[in-house]
Design a protein around this ligand. Sequence first.
Ligand code: TYD
Ligand code: MG
Length: 465
Amino acid sequence: MARVKTQYKCRSCGYISASYLGRCPNCGAWNQFEKETEEVQKRSTKATASRLIKKTGINEPVKLDKIKAEKEDRIPTKSEELNRVLGGGIVPGSLVLIGGDPGIGKSTLMLQIMSDLSEKYKVLYVSGEESANQIKLRADRLGVGQSNMLLYPETDMHDIREQINDVKPDFVVIDSIQTMNEPSLDSMTGSASQVREVTSELMKIAKMDAITIFVIGHVTKEGAIAGPKILEHMVDTVLYFEGDEHHSYRILHSVKNRFGAANEIGMFEMENEGLKEVTNPSSIFLDQRLPNSTGSAVVVSFSAVVVSLEGTRPLLAEIQALVTPTAFGYAKRTTSGIDYNRAALLLAVLEKRGNLMLQNQDVYLTATGGIKLNEPAIDLAIAMSVASSYKDKEISSTDCFVGEVGLTGEVRRVDKIDARVKEAAKVGFKRIFIPRHNMRAALKNVGIEVIPVSSIPQALKLVFD
Ligand code: TYD
Ligand code: MG
């Protein structure tokens, strides 16, 4: 029997102390310490090791070329968006974490996907959040109330494990990890040690019995350490479901995937009948554009909503600018969805290299649709939208722009140019302005006029003269 050592851990920053403290000396949070016992951790690492030995049948070092690895099969779901984010479908026996803010639609997504899978597979939906009645009502509303899915409202891991042994499902959903309780631990449900222990238990079940398990985890503001973040290293795949509370679109993206590329994105729209796939994401952000208005420019971006998100999915987004004379001495600049400092820099470049008198102008910049854009390739579109509003000259609604802008006013190369040009052509744009250094013969006959630009002054000339 292992020695039991007790320690106390801060829920919000993870600081470890030998005794209970009221206030964390590391992060300053009050009443965040909880008891942890060392023995539990030892037990779980040991179990993980023996599980891997069992699975691969290898218990000594082996040369790589002696190992026979089979390519994993994939189970495609009805949702093309989810399939892409997972890297081509669900890998049987994997443990997938779906994180996101409360109310963003995680349960809805799982209910829809799992109901569909239950036509061919055995699915067990364990809910610790809602009653069977609530889930049934929601399922009816989503049009999946008649599916074969098994529903099990329970939070006790002991019982859940038993039911999994009895039912032998192919898929299990745990909704949510924060409500599950491992009775052998004496810490509180939802605490860091509970969440970790339950996850490692689920990992064991997934690997030993080749059951695919989806774990839902709420991102919690208070005590972020008990949220999905502390589980990321334990699971195979981590997906985050995100969106803007004032808009109906939702983005699912992979931040970690042992079976595919990370940073893949899938788009959904939350409607009254549940989540609908968005097969043409560019349409969401463009369909409310006014024709012939000044101050609007479209960009093909790869980075939307999440910091440094670089999936394989290009997206057309609209950037709007409003430039008006400053009423009182100090020129005001505001941005929404665009980095403030980046915008300030571009305004300075426009002033110095493009001869636009912006110092006595208020400038408002926004990426429409509540989207956040954060890659340098949006620079040219920002500059053009500002110039358009300043000059009061419209940009043709069939033009779009891609390019990073440097301090000397040069338009710099961006990555993934082919995919950007193709997407612009697909959505129906007639011309795309791209950096000269990105120009290649292959971009000649792609159903859209590709115009290379090398500098801001040249771009202003081409677009507005
Ligand atoms: P839910 O899946 O319960 O979120 P989570 O599990 O991430 O906490 O989604 C709840 C929200 O979604 C709720 O605010 C209502 C909205 N919703 C719809 O707009 N349409 C629907 O068909 C459903 C089921 C939910
Ligand atoms: Mg839920």
